[in-house]
Design a binder for this molecule. Structure first.
Ligand SMILES: [Zn+2]
Length: 173
C-alpha cells in the first residue's frame, strides 16, 4: 500500500473534482473506497498467500472489484445521482491499485483478477511502500513514505485542485 493518507487524498480529490456539488456523503465514501481494497490484509491472518487471487493486492485491488463496488453503491446510497456516484466510487476504488502499482515494494497489483492472476507494477515506482503497522510508520521509513507521497501524490492532487479552481473561476466570468 501507499499510506492511508496517500490513498485518502486521492479519493478526496476525485470526489471534489468530479462532483461539483461536493456532496459530503459521497466525499466520505470516496475516501473510504480509496482505502477499502486493503481490507485484504486479513489474508495474512487467514494464511492466504500473497500471490493468491484473494491474497493482498489481489481481487480487492482489481478493476472488477472497483466496478462491482461502484455499482453496488450507485444502486443503494447513490440512487439519486447514479452517474456521479458510479464514476467517483469506481475511480476512487481503482485509484488504490494504481497507487499501489507505483510503490517501491511488495508484490504487484492483480488488476485483471479474476481473468488473469498476473500482478502488475507500473514502470514508475517512486512511491515508497508504506509499512503495515503503526510502529514502523512512526520511524524513518514512515518519514520517507510521507516525503515520497508529498511529491508524487499530494502535490499532483493540489495541482488538480488548482486547475479546477481556475477553470471554474474562468467559466464564471
Ligand atoms: Zn493496497
Amino acid at each position: 500500500m501507499a499510506s492511508i493518507f496517500g490513498h485518502s487524498i486521492v479519493g478526496f480529490t476525485l470526489a471534489k473534482v468530479i462532483d461539483i456539488r461536493h456532496v459530503k456523503l459521497l466525499v466520505f465514501f470516496a475516501i473510504g473506497s480509496a482505502i477499502l481494497p486493503d481490507v485484504d490484509v486479513v489474508a495474512f491472518i487467514l494464511d492466504i498467500p500473497y500471490t493468491h487471487p484473494l491474497g493482498h493486492r489481489g481481487f480487492s485491488h482489481s478493476i472488477v472489484f472497483a466496478l462491482l463496488w461502484a455499482l453496488f453503491l450507485m444502486f443503494t446510497i447513490g440512487k439519486r445521482n447514479k452517474r456521479t456516484w458510479f464514476w467517483v466510487i469506481f475511480l476512487a476504488t481503482l485509484s488504490h491499485g494504481v497507487l499501489d502499482a507505483m510503490t517501491s515494494g511488495g508484490k504487484g497489483v492483480g488488476f485483471f483478477i479474476p481473468f488473469s492472476e498476473e500482478r502488475f507494477f507500473f514502470p514508475f515506482r517512486e512511491i515508497k511502500v508504506s509499512p503495515i503497522g503503526i510502529k514502523d510508520f512512526l520511524s524513518n521509513w514512515g518519514l520517507q513514505v510521507i516525503y515520497s507521497e508529498l511529491k508524487f501524490v499530494f502535490i499532483p492532487c493540489f495541482f488538480v485542485f488548482l486547475v479546477q479552481y481556475f477553470v471554474v473561476h474562468y467559466n464564471k466570468r
